[in-house]
Design a protein around this ligand. Structure first.
Ligand code: SF4
Length: 330
């Protein structure tokens, strides 16, 4: 193979075409002394195909814990002996969280529920919540409510949910080692429904769950085949009481290689730092933002403490990365 970074420069930076699986793998296997070159190229790709803006999102859990699924990384599963207990948020609390998110300069506010898929009660809560947020504040509302039926997709699109998150979580070949209560294909099918309904699709996953680098490359190209508008990249934060609670934390250089390799597989997507980066990267997060990342989640994540919003906003200011403004016409 020609030098992988030269190949990537031609194909991805100049041509705008994402890397094939074998080439993503070659990036994941680059030695540490080429990491800076890899990150530098990924940053150039992001600047050329996405621009300098960073999309900021806040996230709130409308229904926490007690999920019947058995995703082995997740402390919100009711199947494991993990400390997260079931709880609901009411509509005024959702509006309050959306207003606090907007105050940080964020343009995205995502309502998340720990469920296999929404029931009538949750759909009603989300419908009321989205309407109340839209009446109170100018912010894009996204949802992450698990697997959807075609009718639920149509309803969410109709009430103005502009983006839907549903993660594939990992490579198709590794998924059965992570989840046994539903299939990778079921997740894929919901993603297809979302896109067909005209909502933006947000679909990513978690790295560092014990998958091989071959499977990490497989995952990147499977995401690219789905062509999501956004890919949230999480790093496993091993939660006590879950089957993955004792897994080692991904080493920082591997996390950074993954960020850059995913950018080279997905040159035009919004690539978001999501959960787990505090423990994986710590203060090295800025290197990810200069290595392909162009979106962050501010504030607390769903069940673990993220970084304070001010820290992230200060990091973006330090890196001279402008925060994306709302562009839709009212
Ligand atoms: S990842 Fe989602 S579907 Fe899986 S257990 Fe957690 S809340 Fe449930």
């Amino acid at each position: 193979m020609a030098d992988i970074l030269e190949l990537a420069r031609e194909q991805v930076l100049y041509g705008g075409r994402g890397l094939a699986e074998e080439h993503v793998l070659a990036c994941l296997r680059l030695p540490d002394d080429r990491l800076d070159d890899l990150l530098g190229l990924a940053h150039q790709v992001r600047m050329r195909w996405c621009g300098p803006e960073v999309e900021v999102e806040g996230i709130v859990s409308v229904k926490t814990g007690g999920c019947p699924e058995d995703c082995h990384f997740c402390s919100q599963s009711g199947v494991f002996d993990s400390p997260v207990r079931s709880a609901w948020l009411d509509v005024p609390a959702l509006v309050e969280a959306a207003c606090a998110t907007a105050a940080t300069g964020a343009t995205e506010f995502c309502i998340v529920a720990a469920v296999r898929g929404p029931d009538a009660r949750l759909m009603r809560q989300v419908r009321d919540g989205v309407r109340a947020i839209q009446a109170a504040i100018d912010i894009n509302v996204a949802c992450s409510l698990g697997m959807l039926t075609a009718a639920q997709v149509a309803e969410l699109a109709e009430i103005g949910v502009h983006r839907y998150n549903h993660n594939l979580e990992t490579a198709r070949s590794y998924f059965p080692s992570v989840v046994t209560t539903h299939s990778w294909q079921e997740r894929w099918d919901t993603c297809e429904l979302v896109r067909a309904a005209g909502m933006e699709l947000c679909c990513g996953g978690i790295v560092g769950m014990g998958e091989s680098d071959v499977q990490r490359a497989e995952f990147a190209v499977q995401l690219a085949a789905l062509a999501p508008d956004e890919v949230p990249l999480n790093f496993l934060n091993p939660r006590p009481g879950t089957p993955f609670g004792e897994r080692p934390v991904l080493a920082a250089p591997d996390a950074l290689r993954t960020v850059a390799a995913f950018r080279l597989a997905l040159p035009r997507t919004i690539l978001r730092f999501a959960g787990g980066r505090e423990i994986t990267l710590g203060d090295l997060a800025g290197r990810g933002v200069l290595g392909g990342i162009n979106a962050v989640i501010v504030g607390n994540y769903l069940t673990t403490l993220g970084r304070p919003a001010d820290d992230d906003l200060a990091m973006l200011a330090d890196l001279q990365m402008p925060i994306k403004a709302l562009s839709r016409t009212l």
